[in-house]
Design a protein around this ligand. Sequence first.
Ligand SMILES: Cc1cc2nc3c(=O)[nH]c(=O)nc-3n(C[C@H](O)[C@H](O)[C@H](O)COP(=O)(O)O)c2cc1C
Length: 379
Amino acid sequence: MVKEICSAFTLIQKIGEETLMKLLSSFELCGMTLKNRVVRSATMENMATSDKMPSKELLHLYEELAKGDVGLIITSGVRPDRTWNNPSHNRGMCLDRDDQIPVFAELTELVHKFGSKIVMQLGSFFVFNGDYVLPSVLPDDYASGISYRELTTSEIKKIVSAYGAAGLRASKAGFDAVQIHLAHGFPLSRFLSPFTNHRSDEYGGSIENLARIGVEIVAEIHQRVGSQFPIFIKMNVSDFCEGGMTIDDAVQLAKIFSLNGVSAIETSGGAIGREVSWLGPVDPSQWREGYFKDYAAAIKSQVDIPVILVGGLRDPEMMEEIILHNQSDLIAMSRPLIKEPCIVKRWIKGDLTSSDCTSCDSCSTTIMNEKNLQCILEE
Ligand SMILES: Cc1cc2nc3c(=O)[nH]c(=O)nc-3n(C[C@H](O)[C@H](O)[C@H](O)COP(=O)(O)O)c2cc1C
């Protein structure tokens, strides 16, 4: 009897704690009410149909995330033009035709049915007019064996316009917002860094010029959709290399974006081949939970728009601390939600055990091998 009373008391305490947890309470984000502050960060599923649209498997995956109570779901990077495709990700989604809108609308309706919100991430270009292109080509890029060339100024204008068209289609398909993928050292994000952008036109040089392509994409989408439509960006907090973008540069860029129509910033960092990538420090001894936490806090202290922290977050108690200490407004995860799509529901029910994702990155290997996104620990 005493045991029963004690366990009932613990349960009531737990419920009390849960309802008090800011992480799991609703949040107003750019005019939308999120049921909690947990975000699914963009994650390439490699599950698009041959026509680059959501497949049945992909719809099922998003249904699981929404049923699992993820407050905000960000899609994998959807390319605004299928000819920009990275051949290593050719089962990613693209949105470049109006007749695709109803199929993408099935995805947004499905997610909304379970009370979650959905944002389309607009991914980077890799190929343009049949060539591999970059803002500037560095000696290391030539050494990669791929013959890159530099984008011309008029090509950049066409790229900006294509983002505008995709943003309009995304809004027609019912997405609550779009996110521009300006992170991870992919060609679009390379504009932001003085290390990878050596251009002499208006897209290179000063910090305003480094930000210009992002600012123009935001303006182009707002011009087509209306200025109320929320546009997020995902950007690097640092390049983590000598001569690369520093956190001070990132703060300056974030301020420019926040003053030019961006509604929320997701803070990520690094690139392939650097000391730190978006998956964390390459040296395992340097890896720690929430590896971009202090960088996000530095940006949050300088901008008036919400910040979404991503990167190695596994423990809900730590997530709560981050929110309580005003280091980030929202918490995003990628790999834990591959392993356990209903983790948020579990936390809401009172089991606050951390994700058991080991960050082994086998999920990245599955998509690099042209398989469907999967956690091998779940096989
Ligand atoms: C398999 C896989 C695919 C990813 N695809 C994308 C993507 O399409 N766009 C993007 O911005 N980030 C992508 N990311 C990065 C994640 O959004 C996230 O920034 C990173 O995995 C760190 O978060 P985590 O520790 O919670 O996994 C991907 C990560 C993984 C593991």
